[in-house]
Ligand binder design. Structure first.
Ligand code: PLP
Length: 370
């Protein structure tokens, strides 16, 4: 098979081991003689897999007992609505660091007053606004952030200190890339299709005591059954684990992917590898006379998504570099249309060898065009 280095922004590269064991399970799940996609989700082997997957989340992120771990459908975009449905009584605050954050805030507006605390839209979201916590209203029900801005390559790489209200985070594109202090958040959610599996399952980590508190709101109150997190949480508490049919295949891949993270030494170890890969690529972007990074300030640079464009005066070589890189097996490095240029996503499963190949490719292109 042709060598391809997968830098797609998501869905993206998965650990080889997870893909291989899923192929086997699709043929024969848990030695039942029946394939993963053909089993009943009430078979003991599946119930065990579901619980093990939850346990892997708890173990890897050190999730305290007062939090539920839910696996839902609908992608992170459905959570843009489900989060305010469950938590927005009167007012919410949002940090607008990209179009995903903007889309999340748009849904919140359906439920109540929504304050945009700060935005970097003025410069195509090429930076993280500074000192934004000072603008968070203390009477907001929660403050929503997007920790990693997949399209623009910016990231809040630490847990915020001193937030005046409950913190909610979309961690779709950096979950499991570094340790997170879950206790600092009321709720964390995201689509699986970057670091934890394929598209089709959405994770929600939610503190139980913040649910069921909607009293003042007119809109969507009471909540439809499937929208209410308690529906899914209660099922877990009863140890049935599943209110309705779960997306069995993506959850299985998640189980295998998290097992791979665990075997590698956990998220702290993952973080070390990610920092190394990221530094290799940023060093080359900064060194290479052909290119320049798009994020304004180095401290805002994402360790997951790396964005760069042709350097001034070299813009005419953009298509040539794309063709050069394609020829060498680089896949998925075209930048999002709103930023242009190039983006390489170095998620957990992206190997050091892939980053080395990309760096070499950039160096060779420079030599060939000097
Ligand atoms: N939030 C972030 C940060 C994303 O990167 C994405 C998709 O790339 C989404 C939300 C939307 O996720 P989904 O496609 O699962 O709805």
């Amino acid at each position: 098979m042709k060598t391809a280095y997968n830098f797609n922004a998501g869905p993206c590269v998965l650990p080889k081991e997870a893909v291989e064991s899923t192929i086997n399970a699709i043929r024969n799940f848990d030695n039942t003689g029946i394939g993963l996609m053909e089993i009943s989700h009430r078979t003991p082997g599946w119930e065990r897999t579901m619980e093990e997957t939850r346990q892997l989340w708890r173990e890897l992120l050190n999730i305290p007992a007062e939090y539920e771990v839910l696996f839902l459908g609908g992608g992170a975009s459905t959570q843009f609505m489900t989060v305010p449905a469950n938590l927005l009584n009167k007012k919410a605050a949002y940090l607008q660091t990209g179009v995903w954050a903007k889309k999340a805030a748009k849904e919140a507006k359906l439920f109540g007053e929504t304050v945009i605390v700060a935005s970097s839209e003025d410069k195509t979201y090429s930076y993280i606004p500074k000192n934004f916590l000072a603008n968070v209203p203390a009477d907001a029900d929660y403050f929503h952030i997007t920790t990693n801005n997949t399209i623009y390559g910016t990231e809040i790489k630490y847990d915020l200190e001193g937030c005046p209200t409950m913190l909610v985070a979309d961690m779709s594109s950096d979950i499991m890339s570094r340790p997170v202090d879950v206790k600092k958040y009321g709720l964390i959610y995201g689509g699986a299709q970057k670091n934890v599996g394929p598209a089709g399952v959405t994770f929600v980590i939610v503190r139980k005591d913040i649910l069921g508190k909607i009293t003042d709101r007119q809109y969507m109150n009471p909540l439809p059954t499937m929208v209410d997190y308690r529906t899914h949480a209660a099922e877990e508490a009863k140890n049935i684990s599943m209110f309705n049919t779960p997306p069995v295949l993506p959850i299985f891949v998640m189980h295998e992917t998290l097992t791979w993270v665990k075997n590698l030494g956990g998220v702290a170890e993952m973080n070390k590898i990610n920092l190394k890969k990221s530094a290799m690529l940023y060093e080359e972007i900064d060194r290479n006379t052909m290119f320049r990074g798009t994020v304004e300030c180095k401290e805002d640079r994402s360790i997951m998504n790396h964005c760069w464009v042709m350097a001034e005066g070299r813009e005419n070589l953009q298509d040539a570099f794309m063709a050069f890189a394609k020829e060498r097996g680089m896949v998925g490095i075209k930048g999002h249309r709103s930023v242009g240029g190039f983006r390489a996503s170095l998620y957990n499963a992206c190997t050091i060898e892939a980053v080395e190949a990309l760096v070499q490719c950039m160096q060779d292109f420079e030599k060939a065009n000097k």
